[in-house]
Design a protein around this ligand. Structure first.
Ligand code: 5GP
Ligand code: ZN
Length: 119
């Protein structure tokens, strides 16, 4: 991928981001348009389009994304009151950036899982 992908460009340092944690394989940075007091995006450095492609292509790397998410949740003081970890995927999931990212949301009650009941 690389220059066409926004988050690959953040990994490459070509676009600035407020980093909160970095490992050999993952990066965590604050969302530019936060939807909660804590809103951090956690990504694998390697490009995968979405969570399904990542989980099927490299389950170990998917586990790294979860481990980094948990470490950030602890650093941000979210373990006591809880948090939400979310992967928007594809059209129905509302995904806008096609480099897989976990949304780590917390710091206040987050309300219902979905804004509307679709069932
Ligand atoms: P999606 O809708 O794909 O699940 O989420 C994409 C997220 O990326 C959005 O929450 C959006 O605010 C965030 N975002 C988009 N562009 C940038 C950027 O340049 N920097 C950062 N830090 N976040 C971004
Ligand atoms: Zn990418």
């Amino acid at each position: 991928m690389g220059s066409d992908c926004l988050f690959c460009r953040i990994v490459a340092g070509e676009i600035p981001a407020t980093l909160v944690r970095e490992t050999d394989t993952t990066l965590a940075f604050r969302d530019i348009d936060p939807k909660a007091p804590v809103h951090v995006l956690v990504i694998p450095k390697e490009h995968y389009a979405d969570v399904a492609t990542l989980a099927q292509g490299d389950p170990g790397l998917a586990a790294d994304v979860l481990a980094t998410s948990a470490a950030v949740a602890e650093d941000e003081g979210l373990l006591g009151d809880g948090f939400r970890l979310m992967f928007n995927t594809g059209t129905y999931g509302g995904q806008e950036v096609f480099h897989v990212h976990a949304h780590l949301l917390g710091g206040a009650p987050l309300g219902p899982m979905l804004a509307r009941d679709l069932a």
